[in-house]
Design a protein around this ligand. Structure first.
Ligand SMILES: O=C(O)C1=C[C@@H](OP(=O)(O)O)[C@@H](O)[C@H](O)C1
Ligand SMILES: C=C(OP(=O)(O)O)C(=O)O
Length: 427
């Protein structure tokens, strides 16, 4: 196994142009496919999750051209659903933003599709989405465990009408349903059952759908109406913002590192909820400055916080490792769905924080971190979870440094992460 030893950081400063948002890249690729006309996606993310979506679209016969640096993609829209004359088996890795939306989108046309993924994908639920698609007439069958991929779809179209969906485990189910709803035969009304988690991701979905000309009426995230007869139309060009979750590591590093760090490509005009990570970091005492498309973090003495993190589940992980450097304990609440992402993140985070000497309480849906007096060097396991690797890079700000096992798992969303981290590190 590859290991990366990060020596204690003496200083950390500079500017990072954050790579494109995973959430926006994969949504925009799918909407551009379903839309009428040609769409140019600018600043597309080049990472595993996007490669899985692109490979699937290519296999399905969708026409697109990627630039040499893979950050510009011109998509020839189908002007309607995806159809396939031959059965297709699509491998989607561990990309939730490919698996859930494609599962919904492939019910719209004609064809037989099998969706598979990495072993961890077979443990990530999809049943709530499948139930709702079946209520709209979809024929979907599980190949192994009921409620989980892999699955097969025999597509004949969706009928529309009123449908319920549970929002309790993942907002990606509602996102997937919203994106396909305009292509159902009749108008669609979606009622959300239970508490909707990760709400701001629904705003990203609705904002992207609006760019492609479709209007969603949102009644307080409980009921959504999509009028019949709406069509996706290419807006010509879509500019993908920098990824706000990826920005969180550099902002935390700026707050810890003695210098000023500026992230560009994401700022106060962002449509991503994860920019509010900067507010949480400010609540810990960090000095944050906002621009329209940049955020600056300056070093400050941090103190612990006790906060509900349901709105920013991905970036909240960064706070768990930043908490090691804060005065007093930190409690991050309402994060049950950490357990069903790339790994059981509540357990993984607690286990690895204990290795560096923190006292950690792992609750059913919260984590409490009491910082150690002096952190200890440890070999940190990353559980094939990009965010574990990126979060624990912050331990380089301790006098003991840190060793990251399997650092290349950042390829899911940020292949260049450790290169950028090294570039801002002052010898
Ligand atoms: O819609 C999206 O792009 C995402 C939604 C979130 O998932 P959940 O809704 O499952 O929390 C987030 O964790 C994931 O990385 C991306
Ligand atoms: C939860 C994540 O990914 P996915 O899109 O696969 O759900 C993540 O990137 O933190």
């Amino acid at each position: 196994m590859k290991q990366l030893r990060l020596e204690p950081v003496k200083g950390f400063r500079g500017e990072v142009n954050i790579p494109g948002s995973k959430s926006i890249s994969n949504r925009a690729l799918l909407l551009a496919t379903l839309a009428e006309g040609e769409t140019t996606l600018v600043n597309l993310l080049d990472s595993d999750d996007i490669r899985h979506m692109l490979a699937a679209l290519k296999q399905l016969g969708v026409g697109f051209k990627l630039s040499d640096d893979k950050q510009t993609c011109v998509v020839q829209g189908l002007g309607g659903p995806i159809n396939a004359a031959q059965p297709q088996e699509l491998f989607l890795g561990n990309a939730g933003t490919a698996m859930r939306p494609l599962c919904a989108a492939l019910t719209l046309g004609q064809g037989a599709f099998t969706l598979t993924g990495e072993p961890r994908m077979e443990e990530r639920p999809i049943g709530d989405l499948v139930d709702s698609l079946q209520a709209l007439g979809a024929d979907i069958r599980y190949l192994k465990q009921p409620g989980f991929p892999p699955l097969t779809i025999s597509a004949t179209g969706l009928k529309g009408g009123e449908v319920e969906i549970s929002g309790e485990l993942s907002s990606q189910f509602l996102t997937a349903l919203l994106m396909v709803a305009p292509l159902a035969k009749d108008s669609v009304v979606i009622k959300v059952r239970g508490e909707l988690v990760s709400k701001p991701y629904i705003d990203i979905t609705i904002a992207l759908m609006a760019q492609f000309g479709v209007k969603v009426i949102n009644h307080d995230y409980r009921r959504f109406e999509l009028a019949a007869g709406q069509k996706y139309r290419s807006p010509g060009k879509v500019l993908v913002e920098g990824d706000a979750s990826s920005a969180s590591y550099f902002l935390a590093a700026g707050a810890l590192g003695g210098g000023e760090v500026k992230v560009t490509g994401v700022g106060k005009l962002s449509i991503q909820g994860d920019v509010h990570f900067a507010d949480a970091l400010a609540a810990m005492g960090a000095d944050i400055e906002w621009g329209d498309d940049f955020i600056i973090a300056r070093a400050a003495k941090l103190h612990g916080i006790d906060m509900d993190m349901n709105h920013i589940p991905d970036a909240a992980m960064t706070l768990a490792t930043a908490a090691v450097f804060a005065e007093g304990e930190t409690c991050l609440r309402n994060i049950y769905n950490w357990r069903i992402k790339e790994t059981d993140r509540l357990h993984a985070m607690a286990t690895e924080l204990r290795k560096i000497g923190a006292e950690v309480e792992e609750g059913h849906d919260f984590i409490r971190v009491v910082p150690p007096a002096v952190p200890k060097h440890a070999d940190i396991d990353t559980y094939n979870d990009h965010r574990m690797a990126m979060c624990f890079s912050l331990l380089a700000f301790a006098d003991c440094g840190v060793t990251i096992n399997d650092p290349d798992c950042t390829s899911k969303t940020f292949p260049d992460y450790f290169k950028q981290f090294a570039r801002l590190t002052q010898a």
